[in-house]
Design a protein around this ligand. Structure first.
Ligand code: COA
Length: 322
């Protein structure tokens, strides 16, 4: 089989206490060596209080970072050879989601003037005149989280029809596939899929692929997390979702279920904070779809995120069959 190598992006939240060495090294390379910022200005006492994020590339190489203090993003850096690959955007999306989830109303930053278009792409707006900081021209920029994220997290009540709260009973792969497509077409922000084998009858078809692609491209904060039990099958079958992962690595991540993770679930998909597709049987299809079940979805989201955090990107998935 012919393969091409591919670099996935994995973003993790961390602290100065845990990761000062990796963060210092990267920021020294980008800000001090490349941009000429004095080292004593680059590293300050705020680092110890801030939340930090690190982006890892292939082979767990540290390729990007950023920090957040109160509602201020700073020290956003991606190593030069890795720029333009979506790493900066992946970091920003993670921080924006964290900020929205922790109830912040807005985010602010001082953008180096050359990077303004990058932040504009994440819906930040400039306010105020250009100024000089650490010897470099900057603009102050703000993102209102209320305006952009609240309506997505909690859709306005009139939009939820009573039929959305009803369960659609499903008993074969075809009906699961139909409902998967309907649910994906409603997604605004995040899709989580847990599946032992990503059964091709449900997940590997052109229509679903196109809907996932459209979702990931259409929404600035879109994110797809796919957790699989058997990554080997994906590569072997050249699964479409693997191709999607390779096509939009900053939006779509696949991990293989950690060997220590125990779960009774076999297959489910979660759409934003409320939509569920659930198969409760391991040998056959028996389950349901519901478009708006936020309490139940919240429980599954917690379980999924817990499994996700105990799972790893699988090097085998970096190989794209061509
Ligand atoms: N100027 C204009 N557009 C830029 C840009 C720049 N400096 N950097 C990125 N973009 C655009 C990209 O073209 C891309 O657009 P597209 O989606 O239409 O293709 C989009 O922003 C996302 O780019 P992405 O690949 O996610 O960004 P990145 O991983 O290259 O990271 C920076 C962007 C700014 C973090 C990176 O260039 C960097 O580390 N620069 C040096 C340090 C720095 O200046 N940090 C900013 C401090 S405020």
């Amino acid at each position: 089989m012919e393969v091409v190598d591919f670099s996935p992006i994995d973003v993790e939240q961390t602290s100065w206490q845990t990761s000062s060495q990796a963060l210092s090294q990267l920021r020294h390379e980008v800000f001090v060596k490349e941009q000429g910022v004095p080292a004593d200005e680059e590293f300050d006492s705020a680092d110890a209080q801030a939340s930090h994020w690190i982006a890892y590339g292939a082979g767990n190489e540290v390729v990007g970072c950023a920090r957040l203090i109160d509602n201020k993003i700073g020290r956003m850096a991606v190593l030069q050879p890795h720029r333009g690959l979506g790493i900066g955007s992946a970091l920003m999306r993670r921080i924006i989601r964290y900020a929205a989830d922790t109830g912040l109303q807005s985010l602010q930053l001082n953008a180096q003037t050359h990077a303004v278009p990058f932040y504009e792409g994440m819906y930040f707006d400039c306010d105020g005149e250009e100024f000089i900081e650490a010897g470099l021209p900057h603009r102050h920029m703000t993102l209102s989280l209320k305006r952009f994220l609240d309506p997505r997290v909690t859709p306005p009540l009139p939009d939820i029809q009573s039929i959305d709260r009803e369960r659609v009973v499903l008993d074969d792969a075809k009906s699961f596939n139909e409902q998967a497509k309907l649910l994906v077409s409603k997604a605004q922000r995040q899709i989580r899929i847990f599946s032992k084998n990503l059964d091709p009858r449900v997940y590997d078809n052109e229509e679903l692929y196109q809907l996932m692609l459209a979702f990931a491209r259409a929404h600035a904060y879109a994110e797809v997390h796919i957790l699989v039990g058997n990554p080997h099958l994906l590569v072997q079958n050249s699964h479409r979702l693997l191709h999607l992962f390779h096509r939009l690595p900053s939006r779509i991540q696949i991990r293989s279920l950690g060997s220590n993770v125990k779960t009774l679930h076999t297959d489910f998909m979660l759409i934003d904070q409320a939509g569920i597709l659930y198969n409760q049987s391991s040998g056959r299809y028996a389950g349901y779809a519901v478009y708006h079940a936020p309490l139940e979805a919240m429980e599954l989201i917690n379980e999924f995120d817990n499994m996700w955090n105990h799972s790893e990107p699988n090097p085998e998935l970096r190989q794209l069959p061509i």
